[in-house]
Design a protein around this ligand. Structure first.
Ligand code: FPP
Ligand code: MG
Ligand code: MG
Length: 382
């Protein structure tokens, strides 16, 4: 289809699975406590793009036909991912007088009849990636004092910081239960590392540059630090879940590495575009506040590239754009520079690397879908 110039819709290849995603996630998030239940499910109602689950499902299909490792036979036994103990039984455990509050049958997630090459464990992995991502957004909106997300008021605005933080913890916990039920130690280790990486990335971001100088000077390390932070904050989840998807499918080592490399490069490209959109797109279109990075004192790629050619930005970076007029001045200097073009060019480079990483995969619609995701990442406006 790509040769004919007609672009493929990546969603079409996994549409059936995606249709069940939100419902299943909401099942995994059920709590017997009514207000926790509401806050935990809050971000599942908005206009989420579900990029991570979509990539996991496409990767699962694309790697279904690649060479298998001997590990496959061990992993392919039918595991019961819903299993016997209800995660929702927690409240009835402490309150045995009302065992009917959370009947186990309510936790059963549903999937379309299995006529596809995607395994139940891979579908569950897709849900887990969205749970971890959404947990990080709940916490992120508290840290960033954000007032909007996915086209609606942020959870912290709607329910307050305390409930938003606890809801994020709850999502992580349910993601961990679901992960444990996959009964795959390597996959569990990968996704647990992602959670640590998200926190490490956020910590790196709290510090604007390598050191906390008053008037920092641009150096090669400035961009390296930014890229390291970006890997941890954004690319770790996508890359390690691509790796996990192909491990669950029993792929051989070369395929698993290729899947990881695709996810890493796509994740870096994705975040570079995100940082660009923060300068170029309106709040209305983004569904969240625009221009937020400078307000938060953050120097992202467009500014770092602009700074390389204009030392005036150093002082502003040093005080995190905290003085009257700093934000306007910094924005002006970024827009006058070629920082946005350079960011775009770097995003394109990573997107191309993602596409080459999966070059050796056998031709399939799912592979085309992954390629299209890498192209779409560059074109997206939200
Ligand atoms: C969005 O970035 C935030 C992230 C991608 C990760 C944030 C990570 C944490 C808050 C650490 C805690 C992690 C967990 C798993 C609970 P952004 O603020 O640049 O994007 P935005 O514009 O969408 O808010
Ligand atoms: Mg934020
Ligand atoms: Mg943030």
């Amino acid at each position: 289809a790509r040769d004919g110039g007609i672009s493929v819709d990546p969603l079409r290849m996994v549409a059936k699975e995606m249709k069940f995603l939100t419902g299943n996630i909401r099942q995994l998030l059920g709590s017997g406590h009514p207000s926790l239940d509401t806050v935990a499910k809050y971000y599942t109602q908005g206009e989420g793009k579900h990029v991570r689950p979509l990539i996991v499902l496409l990767m699962s299909r694309a790697t279904a036909l690649t060479p298998k490792s001997p590990r496959y036979n061990l992993q392919n036994s039918s595991i019961d991912i819903d299993s016997a103990i209800s995660p929702m039984a927690i409240l009835s455990d402490v309150n045995p007088s009302s065992p009917t509050t959370n009947p186990i049958s309510h936790t059963q997630t549903s999937y379309p009849a299995s006529d596809s090459d995607i395994l139940p464990s891979q579908r569950r992995l897709a849900e887990i990636t969205e749970l971890i991502h959404t947990a990080s957004l709940l916490h992120d909106d508290v840290i960033d004092h954000s007032v909007a997300r996915r086209g609606q008021p942020s959870a912290n605005l709607e329910f307050g910081n305390k409930m938003a933080v606890l809801a994020g913890d709850f999502l992580l916990s349910r993601a961990s239960v679901a992960l444990a039920r996959l009964r795959d130690a390597e996959v569990t280790e990968l996704l647990a590392t992602v959670i640590a990486n998200l926190v490490e990335g956020e910590f790196m971001q709290l510090k604007n540059t390598v050191s906390d100088e008053k008037n920092p000077v641009w150096k090669e390390d400035t961009i390296n630090y930014y890229l390291q932070k970006t890997y941890l904050k954004s690319a770790s989840l996508i890359s390690k879940s691509c790796r996990a998807a192909s491990l669950l499918g029993g792929s051989d080592a070369a395929t698993v590495d290729a899947a990881y490399s695709y996810g890493k490069n796509l994740g870096l490209s994705f975040q570079l575009v995100d940082d660009m959109l923060d300068y170029t797109i309106s709040e209305k279109e983004l569904g969240k506040p625009a221009g937020a990075d400078l307000e938060l004192g953050l120097a992202t790629a467009p500014l770092i590239f602009a700074w390389k050619d204009n030392q005036e930005l150093g002082a502003l970076v040093g005080r995190k754009f905290g003085q009257q007029g700093d934000i306007t001045r910094a924005r002006e200097l970024v827009l006058q520079s070629n920082g946005l073009e350079q960011t775009r060019a770097l995003a394109e480079e990573y997107s191309n690397k993602a596409i080459s990483a999966i070059e050796s995969f056998p031709d399939s619609e799912a592979k085309d879908g992954l390629i299209e995701m890498a192209i779409k990442t560059l074109k997206r406006r939200k």
